[in-house]
Structure formats: structure tokens, C-alpha cells
Design a protein around this ligand. Structure first.
Ligand code: TYD
Ligand code: MG
Length: 457
């Protein structure tokens, strides 16, 4: 028997090399090359190419393209529609990633059942992970309409596409892309080239037949989608599940969306009957202390298209390490290090001998710079063991020169805070509203030093 040919592909960028090396020659990442067995290119491939050449080539100007206005399908789950930018788009491919057991299969089967029932359309749930009994049991427990759900347990892409081309369902869920393999390649399911090739074929199928395809993707230990990075480039929308599995709440975030806003959040609660949407998530990320506690502050963040109140906590402790710890949960660590440097340089508060821990309550992740002011105030409050008022909210970006810079959608954030009964707000001067907001005292600041001068901390 001839020796199988192997190649090494980068699990990050998908580049192929014939020799193994510690660093990917293409994207320069370390330890990303994995061994794969390759199939020889078959006659099939060259036939396909010839077929392609014989097709008439057509270039169109955009004004001749007929636009279909109503090509969005509501999933019946408002929070899921929101992250998708208003519903599922026909012919689109959506990738949903998240830790094991966070609820990917659950939310998709709920969505699929609701789509099939409300729109009276055919859909298909393909599972390569669970048996049909397991899926049936779950669907029954979730109280879904069982006759509307059509399930196919299969790992072979060619069989899936054959069935899909025959039945032409409007929506297909593939759970998960890592378990699917194509016969074109001999490498194992889940390998870089299998994932890439299977996804590419599914994307092609979705575009040709105008089918909405939802792919479940596994994540690696680091939390990135397993498989090549190119997977994220191939699809139209990438959604991630966030939140710790200990918490009841689950957040779905759009990290890429060709049909809507990125960083849009959908909030759910995991119950014994599946994921229930939380339509007013504004105040669920607060721990609501009975008394004032040092190191805790509420900020108004705006992720996606709505403002949310989030509690930021800091703990500053004596350090016995040569290099003190800077730990952040839900925020970027480098941002904290930068803010501590600003604090030292502009306010003379040093922390080189302290361990600092920052946590965003509820397992949510904040990616905007509007959290800067909240982080600094929480750190100072914990350092001095001086609680901040419980009716205070803040937001604002802090610059390297110690200036407090405005953030987007100031009025909307302030209204949200007022709605939840907050009485005071520390905001960047440029975010000060022209008209006063009922029962909310606005303290506008331009520089970090003003916080101390005005005795706000
Ligand atoms: P699942 O959707 O199987 O996760 P994934 O596909 O992302 O791996 O979710 C499984 C978890 O959700 C499991 O830990 C149990 C929990 N769960 C509930 O709490 N209630 C429910 O009704 C269901 C179906 C699951
Ligand atoms: Mg699953």
C-alpha cells in the first residue's frame, strides 16, 4: 500500500506546509501546525473545474439586482433576532460558538421549532453529536412542537447535502461543524482541512439555494472557535455564547455580522425548560448590596444597541509577589495596566506593591472604553476602603493625559440610569446633556484630577 501523504496545516490561518515547524510560516503563530493526511486530487476536481469554465460568465451592475425586502425570518425568540440584526437572513450562514454545555444545541432546537411552527416552513436539524433519542428527549422536555422538527443524525457531508438538495429546507442547523466530514478529504473529522472544506461546501450550498444555515462550532480552551480562523471569514455572522456556566444567565454576542450591528447582545436565562429570553436585562448584572461596599461601582455600558447597567468590582490587596497580580474578569487586562499607570502619573496613587483584581458581575464581558472611569473609581474605592454611594452611576473613557473623554450615546445611558432610580452620575463633560434629566444629578468632569478636587472620591 502506498504511504499516505501528510501535510501540516495551521489551525489558525489554515496555511499548508509540507514540513512541520514550530512556527507557522504564514501567520507566524507558534505551535499551530497540525498533521493531516491528504487525499490526492481526483478526476472529480478537474471535472468540476472544466464544468466551471463552460458556464456563461455574467457581470451585473448593482442597480439591476432585484432586492428581496422581506428575506428575514423571525426566530420567534426576540433576543436571538436582536443579535442577528433583526432575524435570520435567507441564504446566510451563521456560526455559533461557545463552551460545552452552555446551551448552543438548546437554543438552536428551540429556534428551529419556533421558526417551523410560525412560518410553516421546512427545516432540518442535522446532528453529528447526539442520537435521535437524545434529541427527542430534549425536545420533549423543552415542550416543543415535535411534529415540526425534522432531525437527521449524520456526519457525512455528501449525504447531508444530498438530502438538503432534495428536500430544500429553508433553514438547516448543523450541530456541529467539527463532527462533519467530507469524502473529498481523508483527514479525520474536526481537522483543520475537514472543517474548512465542509464549511466551504455548506456556504456554497446556502448561497446557491438561498437556505439559511446555522453552524455550531466548538471552542478551544482559550475560548476561540476550534478549527481554522478562516472559518470566521467564510460565514456571514459569528455569534458567541458568553457567561460562566455557574451563572443562570447566558449572553449571546455578535462578533461579526454582515447583516447587523456587531457587539449586539442577546440575554437569556437557562431554566429547566430551556433558554428563556430576558427582555429587560438592564438590571440583572447588579449584585444589589444592602449596604455600600468598597470597591463596587455601577456603570452604564452600551453593548450593541442598548444601554445596560453593570456592576464593576475591584479588590486591591497587599502583594507579596515580585510582580504583583493584575487580574481582570470580563475586561481587558492591558486596559487595567494602562489605567493604573494613568492613576499613578496623574493622581499620584501608586499600586506597584498591590495585587489588583477586577470583576464584572454576572459573567458579562465589556469591550468598550466607557468602562475606564468605573474601573478607576472601583480601584480607588477599594484601595482606600471607602465605599461609593449606591445611587451613583458612571461612564467615560480616560485618556493617557488624564483627561476624561466622551463616549457614544450619553443621553441614552443617562436615561437608563434615571429609569432605574439612580440619583447621581459622574460623566465626561462632553456627555453632559443640554437639558436636565429628572431626579438625576449630573456631575460632569474633564480631568481625572477633578474627581479628587471635587471630593467625589
Ligand atoms: P446544550 O444545549 O446541550 O449545550 P451545548 O450544545 O452548548 O453543548 O446545553 C446543555 C446544558 O444546558 C446542560 O448543562 C443542561 C442545561 N439545560 C438546562 O438547564 N435546561 C434545559 O431545559 C436544557 C435542555 C438544558
Ligand atoms: Mg450541543
Amino acid at each position: 500500500m502506498a504511504k499516505a501523504k501528510v501535510q501540516y496545516s495551521c489551525s489558525d490561518c489554515g496555511a499548508v506546509s509540507i514540513k512541520w515547524s514550530g512556527q507557522c510560516p504564514d501567520c507566524a503563530n507558534w505551535n499551530t501546525l497540525v498533521e493531516e493526511v491528504v487525499a490526492k486530487s481526483t478526476d472529480n476536481d478537474s471535472n468540476r473545474f472544466k464544468q466551471h469554465l463552460s458556464k456563461a460568465i455574467e457581470v451585473r451592475s448593482l442597480d439591476k439586482v432585484e432586492l428581496q425586502e422581506d428575506s428575514r425570518l423571525s426566530t420567534g425568540i426576540a433576543e436571538l433576532d436582536r443579535v442577528m440584526g433583526g432575524g435570520l437572513v435567507s441564504g446566510s450562514v451563521t456560526l455559533i460558538g461557545g463552551d460545552p454545555g452552555i446551551g448552543k444545541s438548546t437554543v438552536l432546537i428551540q429556534a428551529l421549532s419556533s421558526i417551523s411552527v410560525t412560518h410553516k416552513i421546512d427545516s432540518l436539524y442535522v446532528s453529528g453529536e447526539e442520537s435521535i433519542e437524545q434529541i427527542g428527549l430534549r425536545a420533549r422536555r423543552l415542550g416543543l412542537e415535535l411534529d415540526a422538527l425534522r432531525v437527521y443524525t449524520e456526519n457525512n457531508l455528501e449525504s447531508i447535502l444530498q438530502l438538503a438538495s432534495k428536500d430544500l429546507p429553508r433553514v438547516i442547523v448543523i450541530d456541529s461543524i467539527q463532527t462533519i466530514y467530507t469524502e473529498l478529504l481523508t483527514s479525520a473529522p474536526g481537522s483543520v482541512s475537514q472543517v474548512r472544506e465542509s464549511a466551504a461546501q455548506l456556504v456554497r450550498f446556502a448561497k446557491q439555494t438561498n437556505t439559511a444555515v446555522l453552524l455550531v462550532g466548538h471552542v478551544t480552551k482559550e475560548g476561540a472557535l476550534a478549527g481554522p480562523r478562516v472559518l470566521e471569514h467564510m460565514v456571514d455572522t459569528v455569534l458567541y455564547f458568553e457567561g460562566d456556566s455557574g451563572s443562570r444567565y447566558r449572553v449571546i454576542r455578535a462578533v461579526k455580522n454582515r447583516f447587523g450591528a456587531v457587539n449586539e447582545l442577546g440575554v437569556f436565562a437557562m431554566t429547566d425548560r430551556g433558554l428563556k429570553e430576558v427582555s429587560n436585562p438592564s438590571a440583572i448584572f447588579l449584585s444589589r448590596h444592602e449596604q455600600e461596599v468598597a470597591g463596587s461601582i455601577i456603570m452604564v455600558t452600551r453593548e450593541g444597541t442598548r444601554p445596560m447597567l453593570v456592576e464593576v468590582q475591584a479588590l486591591v490587596d497587599e502583594s507579596h509577589l515580585p510582580q504583583p497580580r493584575r487580574v481582570t474578569v470580563g475586561l481587558e487586562q492591558n486596559r487595567l495596566i494602562m489605567l493604573l499607570a494613568i492613576l499613578n502619573r496623574h493622581a499620584g496613587i501608586s499600586s506597584f506593591d498591590r495585587d489588583i483584581f477586577i470583576n464584572v458581575v454576572g459573567g458579562i464581558r465589556i469591550s468598550e472604553t466607557g468602562a475606564d472611569l468605573a474601573i478607576l473609581l472601583a480601584v480607588i474605592s477599594s484601595l482606600r476602603n471607602k465605599p461609593l454611594p449606591t445611587d451613583l452611576v458612571v461612564f467615560g473613557e480616560v485618556g493617557l493625559a488624564g483627561e476624561i473623554r466622551p463616549v457614544q450615546n450619553g443621553p441614552e445611558r443617562l436615561n437608563e440610569a434615571a429609569k432605574h432610580g439612580f440619583k447621581k452620575a459622574i460623566v465626561p463633560y462632553a456627555n453632559k446633556p443640554k437639558e436636565s434629566i429628572k431626579e438625576l444629578e449630573i456631575i460632569a468632569v474633564t480631568r481625572l484630577t477633578e474627581l479628587f478636587e471635587q471630593g467625589l472620591i
